[in-house]
Design a protein around this ligand. Structure first.
Ligand code: FES
Length: 101
């Protein structure tokens, strides 16, 4: 399968970045200078939660303690366990800042 570019809109910072389809969302954001809270990067701590407002991700395995079923129903995802599958709109709990590189 050929990876297609996808757009991720961070709605509460009005920032739009281009990532590759099938990239891990957290890795994609960090590599493009988005400040994002995280810790374990393995689906265990829950530090990388954000709201998926629109679009599709594929969730990789994560521990039950990191994200509850209720949170999943509300559209909360773990950025470190989410493969980008389409254009996305996300909402960060802390508005993203960018490294002015
Ligand atoms: S960084 Fe720990 S669950 Fe994502």
């Amino acid at each position: 399968m050929i990876a297609m570019p996808c757009t991720v809109l961070i709605e509460n910072s009005n920032r739009r970045i281009t990532v590759e389809q099938n990239e891990i969302l957290l890795t994609a954001l960090l590599s493009r200078g988005v400040r994002f809270a995280y810790s374990c990067q393995s689906g265990n701590c829950g530090a990388c939660k954000c709201q998926l407002v629109a679009g599709q991700v594929e969730a990789l395995p994560f521990s039950d303690g990191a994200l509850s079923p209720v949170e999943r129903e509300r559209g909360i995802i773990l950025a470190c366990r989410s493969l980008v599958r389409s254009d996305l709109t996300i909402h960060l709990s802390t508005p993203a800042e960018t490294d002015a590189a």
